[in-house]
Design a protein around this ligand. Structure first.
Ligand code: MG
Length: 259
């Protein structure tokens, strides 16, 4: 079922979204060569608890995971791209770190992800990260009334093709609001003009992610961490947005970032 949100409800999601943006920005500031993923996890736990927010990941137990998730942030390094389980790993020069965070405040959820390159970036990694950001911007631009869900998916797929990155369609964006995952599913490629008609009040988490040379994925034995099947590096960019009468409102931008 797809639930359209009122302007008041979207305003409450914006409050959560600002917090998510601040936390991810802080992760980006702290993540550096020599920093352990567990330090990042514990730092974010402190931020969430001080804000009185609720982690959407803690105890998350979908069919594919091995036992409930007992962390508050997904940290995926290099060939890991989604659901990266924070573990005892110290970041090295040139590592690509994706951080994905979903929390609720007063019952309203926001979800966003950013990818950072630690230390000295390789040119090809920057290109990959930039492509996911560009795809996200294109998806947001397509997320407006009069368009359909397929237009959003097609916008992401077009940027991937332009850069020569294959697209995986098993994991993509999703509806969001009172819970982290609501209908509809938003594939990262698709046919323009097809699918659900976009209407004001629809709130979506849009999340292009690409691996450099494959659209296939493999799971770690923990059942959580998802990696590119060929070990190539990956990147992931995500925002929670609300469809309005005009341009989509990005709910997971920081207070000082342009709307
Ligand atoms: Mg997310």
């Amino acid at each position: 079922m797809i639930e359209l949100k009122t302007p008041g409800e979207i305003a409450r999601m914006r409050v959560t979204g600002r917090f998510v943006a601040e936390v991810l920005a802080e992760v980006g500031r702290i993540a550096d060569v020599g920093v352990n993923l567990l330090e990042l996890e514990h730092h974010v736990r402190g931020l969430i608890s001080r804000r009185g927010a609720e982690s959407c990941y803690w105890d998350y137990a979908p069919s594919f995971g091995e036992g409930p998730f007992r962390n508050v942030i997904c940290l995926s390094v290099n060939d890991a791209v989604l659901h990266g389980l924070p573990h005892d790993y110290t970041l090295r020069d040139g590592d690509v770190l994706s951080a994905d965070l979903a929390v609720g405040i007063d019952g309203w959820v926001a979800d966003a992800a950013r990818t950072f390159v630690v230390g000295t970036p390789a040119e090809e990694d920057l290109r990959l990260v930039h492509a996911t950001e560009q795809a996200l911007a294109a998806a947001i631009d397509a997320a407006r009334p009069g368009n359909r869900l397929g237009d959003v998916s097609a916008a992401i797929g077009a940027v991937a093709r332009e850069h020569g990155y294959p697209v995986n369609t098993e994991f993509g964006g999703h509806g969001i609001g009172r819970t982290m995952h609501e209908d509809p599913h938003v594939p990262n490629t698709g046919r323009a003009g097809r699918g659900l008609e976009l209407r004001p009040g629809l709130t979506l988490a849009l999340e292009p992610w690409f691996a450099r040379t494959t659209g296939r994925i493999v799971y770690d034995p923990d059942g959580w961490t998802i990696r590119s099947a060929d070990g190539s590096r990956t990147a992931h960019s995500e925002h929670t947005v609300a469809i309005t009468e005009g341009e989509a409102l990005v709910l997971t931008r920081g207070e000082d970032e342009p709307e």
